[in-house]
Design a protein around this ligand. Structure first.
Ligand code: HEC
Ligand code: HEC
Length: 145
């Protein structure tokens, strides 16, 4: 009981110190200087990586990253915009054709249409925005010269 009381006191002291620090301006919240009941600032829209060519893959099984915007494209039961350009027989110069692996079902059978497990392209393929990574990464490419 006594220990708990000390803990509560310590937390209260720390909270007071923290409040003092922020009032002093030496600590910043992610919200910036905006007051809590004021309108929040809309973050700047990040630019899509688009039209700069394909992105090099880092390992053999990597789903290639999407080097263009996917704004306005949809994938649902009525259709798949991606396939308009990437289907094996699409007439879109420069758009890599979907891999043959995308026509194999989970029993290993070859299909004439995209396998259902590959229909939702953005489960594996992701577009890129020009932004700083939220977290660092120590990943190193498996590609050796
Ligand atoms: C209007 C045509 C068009 C549509 C629609 C489209 N793409 Fe693309 N896509 C391209 C073209 C062209 C390229 C090649 C871009 C380049 O070389 O800069 C490309 C490149 C790619 C690549 C990189 C391939 C590689 O070899 O590195 C992937 C992955 C991709 N698209 C996935 C998608 C997905 C997923 C969708 C749907 C959300 C989609 N695309 C919709 C035209 C399209
Ligand atoms: C379950 C994950 C997954 C899904 C879903 C998926 N892909 Fe892929 N895709 C991959 C992987 C992994 C590769 C690279 C290995 C390979 O070629 O199979 C790849 C390769 C590709 C390539 C490059 C092919 C080449 O010859 O270099 C294109 C283009 C592509 N996918 C487009 C699509 C489109 C369009 C869709 C949706 C209709 C889609 N993918 C759905 C995982 C996926």
């Amino acid at each position: 009981m006594m220990v708990n009381c000390w803990r509560v006191c310590l937390v209260l002291v720390l909270m007071t110190v923290e409040t003092a620090l922020s009032a002093d301006g030496s600590m910043h919240s992610l919200r910036g200087a905006a007051v809590i009941d004021g309108p929040s600032v809309t973050p700047l829209a990040k630019e899509w990586r688009d039209g700069e060519g394909k992105i090099q893959r880092n390992y053999i099984q990597q789903p290639p990253l999407i080097p263009h915007t996917v704004e306005g494209m949809s994938i649902d039961q009525d259709g798949n915009t991606c396939l308009m350009c990437h289907q094996w027989n699409a007439d879109m110069p420069g758009a890599t054709k979907v891999a043959v692996s995308h026509f194999i079902d989970r029993q290993g059978r070859a299909l004439a249409t995209i396998s259902p497990r590959r229909y939702f392209c953005n489960q594996c393929h992701v577009p890129q925005k020009k932004t700083r990574p939220l977290l660092g990464s120590r990943f190193k490419t498996a590609i050796v010269d």
